[in-house]
Design a protein around this ligand. Structure first.
Ligand code: ADP
Ligand code: MG
Length: 696
């Protein structure tokens, strides 16, 4: 299948637009992710300038946007190098300067000829107490002035790109947008009062009032809906292709599970029992399972997953569990070992580290069915890994994996049930955007006997006290994590900070007491560091955020987080979730670098108030400004140019049921509306989804 011809002009090179040369093309690409006319039509004005038509700039209080008619006076050349050129002008009541930097004198003579009348649109501002206009937006002859819009859209810019260029390029790109058949349900379109696609684009690029810029403006809401609909169609197609064609229900006989339960030192919580019942029902059904197990940190997801894997084994098949890091994979393997042994199940570990003969032997055991459950990293789903009869694939901590990887996984395990586990507490709106293709089980209860983690905020200026406190705690037999600041995206810098802190702590507490673990450490050293800490040989573990997800050392009861203000709330919640897992009272010290801003203080205070991951996520969302990149960057969602998936949850919910309904009636998108929806998927570059229609 290939892209419909009607869309070709929108997918041409951006340089085919008038006024866009190679340099501008590069700037648009790197600064605004605009590579084709298509990207440009979905880049909407983000604001608008409202201008007042005035007789004199004396009528306004600067700064203000005005349109004013003037008579041009003298040109005053720069008084020093790199100083501005000033053109004196007179309006109805006063004289003022129009100021230009880096202007050529001859050119200015033509644009503002002395003695003639011109209409100027620009921003009046004060410089040394005197009103002036710097670089006016427009200079026109009086007879042309009617052309000036009272409300002028403002596009997002990047270095090397001007408003003028954006306006021109966007207008040209719009002429490439064809009329397309409607893909939105006609009843919905009528109910919401949304314009047709082409008309919506035109309106969204030509706002006439501030209300037209709001996300709720009909044209914008429609275009946002198109994005979320394409996304939900993708998810719904993934869901359908995943559920298709599973012939053999997995029916357990209970033999293994009973032995696992007997080996557990505690009973399952009610929440664990009901999640397990939902999973078992899915696995016993003829359709393929595609379920998300959501539970806050420490809610006990691992054992639920293991009991589900037991079902696969009891039914005569195999299971696999994939973790996002080597540390976690190993930890699962070690924690599950005794349970597997009690149940008489063969359990294996496969990571990127397995090579050569050892790896070959594991793969052979797997292919012959001698190995029943395989735990590992991505390595578990590499091309040459074959299962004799994979019945259940578990993906742990999946917020590290996006929809795309999930679809890959689905394609790999032919007919296997899929259980995805996540601890990221996310607001419902985002959950829908991210997991719209899955059914959800929630662990809304923690195992009994957990003591609340005492959380305190401490300035780094009190480092001495913190170290003294830590010294006493360690002497009393406690264990602590020390998480180093997230300096920036580059791991090298984090690393340097961690090594420095490690040196300081080792000097303070002694050689064998402090361990260090970070992402760049050779794998064997990483294991050794984790093992030493888990066994209590080291008492303090200095770490970068590699320990963020899933690490479980119940004896550790102190968490120190350096530069807590540099972390996201969800991440802090995850980190704190590493303690409070044993019977001992735990504490979390959030160190911050003063001065702490108002917002940062508010954010950190939430953590002090509650340990409820969902409340933290909601509050976090409430505090963060609109369109905050941290939110979406961490969410594993595709990039939306117009929709705001966090704040337009209503649209997302409508789109989910609409997409599922459409595919119910027309699974191969062959009806008239179905074909229109295909064009939408091409238009919004959901090529993955289109491949899924193909494999029907
Ligand atoms: P998460 O949901 O964060 O992955 P884990 O599965 O790592 O949580 O479990 C956290 C801790 O809780 C582990 O030490 C586990 O042994 C313990 N645990 C799990 N279920 C129960 C239970 N029903 N009662 C008591 N402790 C439990
Ligand atoms: Mg876990």
């Amino acid at each position: 299948m290939s892209r419909p011809e009607i869309l070709f002009p929108l997918f041409a090179e951006i340089e085919t637009l008038p006024g866009v040369g190679p340099k501008a093309a590069r700037a648009l690409g790197s600064g605004l992710e605009i590579a084709r006319p298509r990207d440009l039509i979905f880049t909407l004005p983000q604001a608008g300038i409202e201008r007042r038509r005035v007789a004199s700039i004396r009528d306004v209080v600067p700064p203000a946007h005005v349109v004013v008619e003037v008579e041009v006076g003298a040109h005053l050349p720069p008084t020093r190098r790199s100083g501005p050129l000033r053109v004196m002008v007179r309006d109805a009541r006063t004289e003022f300067a129009v100021v230009f930097f880096h202007a050529r004198a001859e050119g200015m003579g033509r644009i503002l000829p002395t003695g003639q009348r011109r209409v100027i649109a620009g921003r009046v501002e004060l410089y040394d107490g005197i009103a002036q206009i710097v670089h006016p937006d427009h200079i026109l002859r009086p007879e042309e002035a009617a052309r000036l819009p009272a409300f002028e859209p403002v596009y997002p810019l990047t270095a090397g790109i001007t408003q003028k260029l954006m306006h021109k390029a966007a207008a040209a790109a719009l002429t490439r947008a064809p009329e397309l058949r409607e893909w939105i349900d006609p009843h919905l379109l009528a109910r919401e009062g949304w314009p047709a696609w082409r008309a919506a684009l035109g309106a969204a690029h030509a706002p006439a009032t501030p209300a037209d810029i709001a996300p709720s403006a009909p044209a914008r809401a429609r275009l946002a809906y198109d994005e979320v609909l394409a996304h939900q169609l993708t998810l719904a197609l993934a869901r359908r292709s995943l559920r298709r064609g599973k012939g053999r229900p997995s029916v357990p006989d209970g033999s293994r599970a009973a032995r696992v339960r007997a080996a557990l030192p505690w009973p399952l919580t009610a929440a664990q029992e009901s999640a397990l019942a939902e999973i078992a029902a899915d696995m016993a059904a003829g359709q393929r399972m595609n379920r998300l197990l959501q539970g806050d940190v420490g809610s006990g997801k691992t054992v639920v997953a293991f009991l589900a894997l037991c079902i696969a084994v009891e039914a005569g098949g195999q299971g696999a569990m994939m973790a996002p890091t080597e540390i976690l994979a190993r930890q699962h393997f070690e924690a599950l070992g005794p349970l597997a042994e009690a149940a008489g199940i063969s359990l294996g570990l496969l990571t990127g580290r397995d090579r050569g003969a050892a790896r070959r032997e594991k793969l052979a055991a797997l292919a012959e069915g001698r190995l029943s459950i395989l735990v590992g990293t991505h390595a578990v789903f590499q091309a040459d890994v074959h299962f004799a009869d994979l019945r259940l694939a578990v993906v742990d901590e999946q917020h590290r994996f996006g929809v795309a990887q999930r679809m890959e996984l689905a394609a790999k395990g032919v007919g296997a049930d899929v259980l995805v586990m996540t601890a990221t507490p996310i607001p419902r709106s985002l959950a829908l955007a991210r997991h719209g293709d899955m059914d959800v089980s929630v662990l809304d209860e923690k195992p009994p006997g957990r003591k609340p983690v005492q959380t305190v905020l401490v300035s780094t200026e009190r480092m001495e006290e913190v170290l003294a406190h830590l010294g006493r705690a360690v002497a009393a037999g406690r264990q602590a994590y020390w998480v180093c600041p997230l300096v920036d995206e580059s791991e090298t810098v984090d690393l340097a900070a961690a090594e420095e802190r490690f040196a300081v702590l080792r000097a303070a507490f002694g050689e064998g007491v402090v361990g260090l673990v970070h992402g760049r450490l050779p794998p064997a050293d990483k294991d050794a560091a984790m093992a030493d800490f888990a066994a209590g040989r080291t008492r303090i573990l200095v770490a970068t955020t590699v320990i963020e997800v899933g690490v479980n050392v119940p004896a550790a009861s102190i968490m120190v987080i350096e530069r807590a203000e540099s972390f996201g709330l969800a991440q802090l919640h995850q980190l704190r979730g590493r303690v409070g897992r044993g019977s001992e009272a735990s504490s979390c010290l959030m160190l911050y670098q003063p001065p702490l801003g108002e917002t940062a203080r508010r954010r950190l205070s939430i953590l002090r108030e509650t340990e409820d991951g969902f409340r933290i996520a909601e509050e976090d969302l409430a505090i963060r400004g609109a369109g905050d990149p941290i939110g979406t960057a961490q969410s594993g969602l595709p990039r939306f140019r117009i929709a705001d998936p966090e704040r337009q949850a209503g649209l997302m919910a409508i789109a989910q049921s609409d997409a599922r309904a459409l595919l119910e009636q027309d699974p191969r998108l062959e009806s008239e509306r179905g074909r229109a929806a295909r064009v939408l998927l091409w238009l919004l570059e959901r090529d993955q989804a289109i491949r899924l229609i193909g494999v029907g």
